[in-house]
Design a protein around this ligand. Structure first.
Ligand code: ASP
Length: 350
């Protein structure tokens, strides 16, 4: 663990997409409304104490993150590319509901990232006395500005900062709808923990592969992906519709335990039919932690033999973003199958 010195002259771009954090009570109607984000320094005067240059960019329209679409990720990626040389780091304020999806997909879209991109939000609006938004925002800003003694960003990754924890974005999931600890990274340790000091877990932080190459932004996303959550009582009709849908290039199977699914003949036949037709079938566990290992039980081995690919310890959110990104790069499903098992941004432990 290392500590960093706050970077006094940092310049940061705060990007507000919507969500609870940027709301305050409208005195007239007594309802929560988004506030004018260009006034963020008036709302959170603590930010002035850093003496950073903090600019803000507000999306129009602001959205509840339940309405997030890949087009928002494309806009975010393009915005970061456009502003990349002007800022030391980026803080993205986003609703919590789909934050893990957005952070996951952005992590794949931004290749060779050398600057922090920190997502944060809050469970209570910033204009409410007990808000968690102030601490989340202030610490996310400090992390986005932190530089090491060489002048490099301490955390040049896409992350989620929430309730004292900095998590790799593609490892985090929303785990609570009403607790301040709204996110957890179950299969990977935090990249930093904020207490009296912010302690960075430096050996775990990924640095850009090629410092001179600059940022590459991949905006092509192919969303022809479905998710099939296995459950007792699942019917052939439902499985067939999801696995064999004509428009579907890939299906994420959310399986039991270490990657197990029913061994019934009709189920395995449908899996084989989908795999034989060229569809990509990716196995992730519905357990909150742990990894897929299809060699352990015969029900898992049958899936492996049918052509199902291991998602290892990936979250579903990350598996979805990775598929959108890889399918967007090629029309050849065989190439995608090969690439899926590779670790691109620290999203799987292999
Ligand atoms: N529904 C809100 C959203 O995701 C909740 C939040 O901001 O935390 O935009």
């Amino acid at each position: 663990m290392t500590h960093s010195e706050p970077n006094r002259r940092a310049s940061l771009l705060l990007i507000y997409t919507g969500g609870t954090i940027g709301m305050k009570q409208d005195p007239a109607s007594q309802t929560l409304k988004p506030f004018d984000f260009s006034q963020i320094l008036e709302e959170v005067p603590e930010l002035r104490k850093f003496a950073y240059r903090i600019d803000s960019y507000t999306f129009n329209p602001l959205i509840d993150s339940s309405d997030v679409e890949p087009s928002l990720w494309q806009c975010l990626a393009k915005l970061i590319k456009e502003k990349y040389d002007q800022y030391d780091g980026f803080v993205i304020l986003h609703g919590t509901d789909t934050m893990a999806y957005s952070a996951s997909t952005l992590s794949f879209m931004l290749e060779n990232l050398a600057k922090p991109v920190i997502f944060t939000g809050s469970q209570l609006p910033i204009g409410i006395p007990r808000t968690d938004g102030r601490e989340n925002l202030v610490s996310a800003v400090e992390i986005a500005a932190a530089k090491d003694t060489n002048g490099d960003a301490v955390v040049p990754e896409v992350c989620i900062y929430f309730d004292n924890m900095l998590m790799r974005g593609n490892r985090a999931s929303k785990v609570s709808s009403d607790n301040f600890t709204a996110f957890k990274s179950m299969n990977f340790p935090p990249l930093a923990e904020a207490g009296i000091n912010i302690k960075y877990n430096t050996p775990l932080i990924i640095r850009p592969a090629d410092r001179n190459a600059g940022l590459t932004v991949h905006t092509e996303l192919d969303t022809r992906v479905s998710i099939l959550k296995i459950h007792p009582g699942i019917t052939p009709h439902v499985v067939k519709n999801i696995l064999c849908g004509e428009e579907t290039r890939a299906v994420i199977l959310e399986t039991y335990g270490c990657g197990n699914a029913p061994g019934k003949e009709w189920f395995i036949n449908l899996v084989k039919q989908a795999a034989d037709s060229g569809k990509i079938l990716l196995n992730v566990t519905q357990c909150l932690s742990g990894t897929v290992n299809m060699n352990l039980y015969s029900t898992g081995k049958t899936l492996l033999d049918a052509g199902v690919i291991s998602g290892y310890d990936s979250t579903t959110e990350s598996a979805l973003g990775k598929l959108f990104f890889l399918l967007g790069r090629t029309n050849d499903n065989l190439i995608v199958k090969d690439m899926l098992v590779k670790n691109f941004r620290g999203e799987i432990s292999k």
